[in-house]
Design a protein. Structure first.
Length: 106
């Protein structure tokens, strides 16, 4: 019974951590609970459950770091694309101003 309470507690902790990091909170909570259940069946004892949860936390940290790097690369590419579009608009505007200036001089 105590191990079930601990498993639910870990699931709640992972839910909160994932929600804070804007990840799929319910999936991490289910993963934590499932991992706790499997560990309880294979290796009875609190230490095995703690080690498994630490491993899951390491996986969550790695996934979040990789996700953040990918998102940063996407944002950088989007900023570069927007910068190029802005430069193109400025070039066209300058050409139009130059054409208008030439028409007035004639």
């Amino acid at each position: 019974m105590l191990s079930l309470v601990v498993a639910v507690g870990f699931a709640m902790i992972f839910y909160g951590l994932a929600a804070y990091e804007r990840m799929t909170a319910w999936a991490w909570a289910v993963a934590s609970f499932g991992l706790s259940f499997v560990v309880m069946q294979l290796w009875p004892g609190f230490m095995a459950m703690i080690l498994a949860q630490v491993g899951l936390f390491g996986l969550m940290w790695w996934y979040n770091a990789r996700r953040a790097d990918t998102r940063e690369q996407q944002w950088a590419a989007k900023r570069e694309q927007e910068r190029r579009a802005q430069e193109e608009r400025m070039r066209r505007a300058q050409e139009e101003i130059e054409r208008d200036r030439q028409r007035r001089e004639k």
